[in-house]
Design a binder for this molecule. Structure first.
Ligand code: UT7
Length: 345
């Protein structure tokens, strides 16, 4: 491992982290909900949704289908692709804001479902930045040599926390999961993580939250009557933050690695709104043909968006060995993250 250079701001510069993604798996529910179908029970239209968000459809879980179901399915696919047995998994990190239950952690349920008999694990909540935060956490365990096989999963059943009478939120979200397997990288050309920059700003909490059911507002008839068990969002404030922050954090990450947007082979941003992605890509200077967009197909699957987008990139031949990949997210918190990696297979 190359020794990190630390700046006066505490940033870790040019630290090549000897971990790589060696497989990706995804899982979405079978039920497809088009904009047309949504417009049958909420006052909206396909035209409005497509124009304002770029979303055309999303998948929604059937009753009883859980984050651990989708997470386990995605994990099994990733393990099969890598030819790794579940019994050889060391650690499972699940990023989710829609855990099956408050406890136990969804990671425990995934561990049991896939038969990862020797693994430990935990959940991580950073909303839409959850997958990138979990990924960076997993990278630490692999690159420091502690673990050989780490599963990082983003899994959400957003349809369980969406108010389908609120047209400003229900049109955006979808259900889905993505899993990646992290393994040690034997050589730089075999893929590696290069650098990351993650942030939280709790002053943004008022603009995007789910207030009911926690220690501040324990579930009661009153919290349910007030619909506090659903996501509440100030769309405009979130939009503004997302547009500015995703580009700002990416530019800082690129600059401190001596790169510009033109050096990136593929930009894989959080998929919440095509207008946010377009604005961020333009500010970063990433050419449109190098920007992965699949929000039209899946909507915003929160912690699921980045691994599902990586899978889309692989399936459509837009990601190949050696590519320089920039991933970026923003979400409730506010949280924001960016990570640079060299794709390894
Ligand atoms: O992962 C992070 C989570 N969230 C996000 O990233 C979301 C960020 N925000 C957004 O994507 C956008 O703000 C939204 C898609 C949520 C809303 O789009 P907007 O362009 O900011 O619309 P708006 O809230 O300014 O509303 C414009 C108009 C309003 O009508 P009036 O007051 O101008 O008559 C709304 O009532 O559009 C109306 N409107 C709708 N009309 C049809 C709001 N939602 C809808 C809808 N269908 N679904």
């Amino acid at each position: 491992m190359i020794a990190p250079e630390i700046t006066t701001e505490g940033a870790v510069l040019n630290r090549v982290q000897m971990a790589r993604i060696s497989a990706v798996g995804t899982a979405v529910p079978k039920t497809l909900m088009t904009n047309e179908a949504l417009s049958k029970f909420v006052d909206t239209s396909d035209e409005w949704i497509v124009t304002r968000t770029g979303i055309r459809q999303r998948y929604v879980a059937k009753d009883g289908e859980t984050a651990s179901d989708l997470g386990a399915e995605a994990a099994k696919i990733a393990l099969a692709k890598a030819g790794v047995s579940a019994a050889d998994v060391d650690l499972i990190i699940v990023a989710t804001i829609t855990p099956d239950m408050v406890l136990p952690a969804t990671a425990c349920l995934v561990q049991h479902k896939i038969g990862a008999s020797k693994a430990w694990g935990f959940d991580l909540n950073a909303a839409c930045s959850g997958f990138l935060f979990a990924l960076q956490t997993g990278v630490q365990y692999v690159s420091n040599g502690v673990h050989k096989n780490v599963l990082v999963i983003g899994a959400e059943i957003m349809s369980t926390i969406i108010d389908y009478t609120d047209r400003t939120t229900c049109i955006i979200f979808g259900d889905g999961a993505g899993a990646v397997l992290l393994q040690q990288s034997t050589a730089l050309e075999g893929g590696c993580f290069i650098d990351f920059l993650h942030e939280v700003d709790g002053s943004g909490g008022e603009f995007l939250n789910l207030p009911g059911g926690g220690s501040k507002h324990p579930t009661s008839h009153e919290t349910v009557d007030k619909r506090m068990h659903y996501i509440h969002q100030d769309g405009k404030a979130v939009f503004k933050f997302a547009t500015l922050k995703m580009s700002e954090i990416c530019l800082r990450l690129l600059t401190r690695n001596g790169l510009t947007g033109k050096d990136i082979d593929l930009f894989v941003p959080h998929q919440a709104n095509k207008r946010i992605i377009d604005a961020a890509a333009e500010r970063i200077g990433a050419p449109p043909e190098r920007v992965l967009i699949n929000v039209d197909q899946y909507g915003n699957t929160t912690a699921g968006t980045v691994p599902i987008a990586l899978n889309t990139a692989l399936e459509t031949g837009r990601l190949k060995k050696g590519d320089l990949v920039l991933m970026a997210t923003m979400g409730a918190g506010f949280t924001a993250g960016a990570a640079l990696m060299r794709w390894g297979y």
